[in-house]
Ligand binder design. Structure first.
Ligand SMILES: Cc1cc2nc3c(=O)[nH]c(=O)nc-3n(C[C@H](O)[C@H](O)[C@H](O)COP(=O)(O)OP(=O)(O)OC[C@H]3O[C@@H](n4cnc5c(N)ncnc54)[C@H](O)[C@@H]3O)c2cc1C
Length: 441
């Protein structure tokens, strides 16, 4: 492999840039040949859509997987698709939506790779029905530095399979993934919009939609206070039975040209934006037909939206609070965020169902999950995130490593009781900035 020095954004949050040694193999055979004779530290990276340091490493060589993107096989009867791990979700959809298939679970961006999505065991808006993406993975080819290429499934090597799904790239390099796609009849969804004037009604509406809708998500006005605290808009949807099977038009993207707009984000503008969004949402029709692209991937329409937070970047914070204390825990978090004036326009609440996640380190568990961005204001932002951590800890919740660039090691250990079961499966030559951070404490 040819390694070159590259200055790259550490993650989607643009909190750090560093010079890395990167190779972008085009063929798995080149990668396996290199791996059999090189004994240096390494880490696979996908499309770098994670918000944390899970795919960066200052002292390992980075294998950029995005050019390993071939379709290897598809069975239209079973929906089983095998693709190279560097294939991005958009390529899969562009090819398979016209054939009547969709991803069984999708995150809020279609520009992640399938390997990266499996390594984080991502969730979508349908967790209450379908669980995480790992629930639909049939097999994985994994390149280990100590065992070469191994084929994993829930039946052959189930422990390594459970360690690799949601394993944050630490158990080996995923070469290809076999996943079961979901049949669809249309590229469109029937969507219901419910405007909720406070947090209690928002949570009630979100859980109420779970009975009748496959997909559900809520946007929260994280700047509202008093009686309106936690007001927001629930969107729930089911696939339409009719309509065309055309993928989105990727050409319609708006591009953010600069990172000099960060100063525009202040408590006043955040309040104004949230109030406006809520008011506009209140005027939306209660029922509408929406294409899958704006429903699942609204942010993908704005190229480089991560530059909106300015040169210092931003933090994302995503936690899950178990069902028993979910409403109270989320209320405390929203109170803390609203009082700080630091939230953003992208506060999202979802409900996780009871379907067990297949990975030892998978993030989802039953409860409510809150995700939002904070412009990086240095110590002020970090102090707020520390306060949020205390609420998550006292509610028995946990944070999502793919989203959190400063998740403290003790909170990670408490939130992930299978950490010690996972640890022996780590590839001896793989490490990441995240893993070093977790193990340094
Ligand atoms: C707008 C937006 C919305 C999002 N919405 C959601 C959401 O709804 N739900 C959710 O769960 N996540 C969400 N995410 C997060 C994102 O989907 C995940 O972080 C995803 O895993 C990123 O994939 P990637 O290809 O960019 O991987 P990277 O970020 O590059 O890497 C992620 C991890 O995967 C490992 N990895 C990558 N490729 C391989 C490989 N071939 N073999 C082994 N390890 C590998 C890396 O080492 C790293 O640990 C969102 C992100 C964005 C930007």
């Amino acid at each position: 492999l040819h390694f070159r020095a590259e200055k790259r954004d550490g993650s989607w949050t643009r909190l750090a840039r560093s010079i890395e040694q990167v190779a972008s193999p085009r063929f798995s055979a080149d990668l396996t040949a290199w791996a059999s004779c090189d004994d240096g530290l390494r880490l696979a990276s996908g499309a770098r859509r994670s918000y944390s340091d899970v795919s960066t490493c200052s002292d390992a060589r980075i294998i950029d997987m995005t050019r390993l993107d071939r379709f290897c096989g598809f069975d239209a009867l079973t929906g089983l698709l095998t693709v190279d791990a560097g294939t991005n979700l958009d390529e899969i959809l562009t090819h398979f939506v016209p054939r009547g298939f969709f991803l069984p679970v999708t995150p809020g961006t279609r520009f992640a790779t399938l390997g990266g999505a499996v390594a984080n065991d991502v969730h979508g808006k349908n967790h209450h029905r379908s669980g995480t993406i790992g629930c639909h993975v049939e097999a994985i080819s994994l390149l280990r530095s100590d065992r070469g290429v191994i084929r994993l499934s829930a039946h052959s090597d189930p422990e390594m399979f459970a360690a690799t799904i949601g394993g944050l790239g630490l158990t080996g390099i995923i070469l290809d993934v076999t996943i079961r796609l979901q049949p669809i009849r249309s590229a469109w969804l029937d969507c219901e919009t419910i405007v909720c004037p406070d947090l209690d009604r928002l949570i009630a509406a979100l859980s109420g939609t779970q009975r009748n809708f496959e997909h559900g998500v809520a946007w929260i006005d994280c700047a509202a206070r008093g009686k309106s605290l936690g007001r927001g808009i629930v969107s729930a949807a089911n696939w339409c039975e009719d309509g065309d099977l055309l993928p989105h038009d990727a050409g319609q993207r708006v591009q953010i040209p600069t990172d000099r707009l960060g100063g525009l984000l202040n408590p006043l503008s955040i309040r104004a934006f949230n109030a406006l969004y809520y008011a506009l949402g209140s005027r939306r029709p209660a029922r509408s037909r929406v294409h899958y692209a704006p429903f699942f991937y609204p942010l993908d329409a704005i190229g480089g939206w991560n530059k909106l937070y300015g040169r210092a970047g931003f933090y994302q914070y995503q936690c899950v609070i178990p069902t028993s204390g979910a409403a109270a825990g989320v209320r405390t978090l929203i109170e803390q965020i609203s009082a700080s004036g630091q939230g953003s326009f992208l506060a999202v609440l979802k409900s996780f169902g009871c379907k067990p996640s297949p990975g030892y380190l998978s993030f989802p568990r039953d409860g409510l999950t809150l995700a939002l961005d904070f412009r990086n204001r240095g110590p002020e932002t970090l102090a707020l995130l520390d306060r949020l951590d205390e609420t998550v800890l006292s509610s028995g919740g946990r944070l999502y490593p793919a989203k959190d660039a400063r998740l403290p090691a003790p909170l990670f250990a408490t939130g992930y009781p299978s950490l010690e079961t996972f640890r022996p499966h780590v590839d001896p030559l793989i490490t990441s900035d995240f893993w070093k951070r977790i193990n340094c404490a």
